[in-house]
Design a binder for this molecule. Structure first.
Ligand code: FO1
Length: 324
């Protein structure tokens, strides 16, 4: 495939799944052609440090230093600080590796020095050798709050400290309706050269919805001439991996790829599902918007192939945009 040299792509992503496709896109597009905008709803302050899990997962993945076993943090990290915190009786439910800790300390120093989260993220990416622009969804504090049967929790308290045990009743993305999109996000939305907007295969309810909840973002995505395509994070009836399945079931979410498509509503001009789900195509509200290909990304080659499939899908797409 040859993506037009003067055309650009905006990728929206959360953690692990999104980061895999973002990596594939960086192998096909130049830094000038791709902007990666990342969820910050999972962020929180811990020991006075700004923890940004999805930003760091994307940054580490693009830098080639991510911990693939854990799905978060850095590879080959050590845990001396955490072990000492344990000895001192401090909180250790959120496992911070020594190298990972450095990124939180550096980010704290940068933001204390007046840098925005966008500035700090750009500096960290540059230092880790990541050339493609990675941006938070906003430079303001937007926090996913989880309403549970035992009360309201921050996302990390629910997801890590309580290990997703409480029953989820709902989410709230605190601050989203006042927060402005980060500068790079806004620029990509306004850029006439943007020819594809790709929602990467992250958890739509927890990792993508905070992004879409930012003031005016859904309307601006629909107003873009570029098609908005999403890759389903669900293959077959096997729902979104890991503990989030329980969360979604408690919310009565339909965990099939059809359910994900319906969740995005009228935002999507196209939807990419796995070939094993081809039999589901007639069940979609608009089968013409569905593209089937391999969406499993177990290798770098498969990440690159899925990126090419999405870009070709965008090139072949023609108006009109999804109806409101
Ligand atoms: N997830 C866990 O389940 N346990 C942890 O101890 C943990 C530590 C951690 C440290 C840094 C970081 O960036 C992420 C970390 N995560 C941990 C993952 C994090 O909770 C999730 O990546 C997202 O918030 C959900 O996508």
């Amino acid at each position: 495939m040859n993506w037009p040299v003067d055309k650009k792509v905006l990728a929206l992503c959360g953690g692990v799944g999104g980061a895999k496709l973002a990596l594939g896109l960086t192998r096909v597009l130049s830094p000038h052609q791709l902007t990666i905008v990342v969820n910050t709803g999972d962020d929180f302050e811990h020991f006075g440090l700004p923890i940004c899990p999805d930003l760091d997962t994307v940054t580490y993945t693009l830098a080639g230093v991510s911990n693939r076993e854990l799905g978060w943090g850095r590879e080959n990290d050590s845990w001396n600080c955490l072990d000492t915190l344990e000895q001192l009786g401090a909180e250790t439910w959120f496992r911070l590796g020594d190298r990972d800790l450095a990124i939180h300390l550096a980010r704290r120093a940068m933001t204390d020095g007046g840098d925005s989260l966008s500035d700090a993220t750009s500096k960290i990416c540059r230092k880790l050798g990541v050339d493609h622009p990675v941006s938070p969804m906003t430079d303001e504090a937007v926090r996913t709050r989880v309403y549970t049967d035992t009360g309201e929790l921050s996302f990390q308290h629910y997801f890590v400290r309580e290990q997703c045990q409480p029953v989820v009743r709902g989410f709230h993305f605190a601050g989203a309706d006042e927060a402005l999109p980060a500068p790079a996000f806004s620029r990509a939305l306004e850029d006439a050269a943007t020819a594809a907007i790709i929602i990467c295969p992250s958890n739509p309810f927890v990792s993508i919805d905070p992004l879409l909840a930012l003031a005016g973002i859904r309307a601006r995505l629909k107003a873009c001439a570029a098609p908005v395509l999403a890759v389903s994070p669900v293959i077959g009836i096997s729902a979104i991996k890991g503990p989030t399945t329980k969360m979604m079931t408690e919310l009565g979410m339909d965990l099939s790829s059809v359910g994900v498509f319906r969740h995005y509503g009228d935002l999507l001009d196209g939807f990419v599902i796995d070939t094993t789900d081809r039999s589901l195509v007639p069940e979609f509200p608009d089968p013409g918007r569905i593209h089937c290909c391999n969406t499993l990304m177990n290798s770098l080659e498969e990440r690159v192939e899925l990126a090419k499939e999405c870009l070709n899908f965008a090139l072949q797409w023609s108006p009109p945009k999804a109806y409101t």
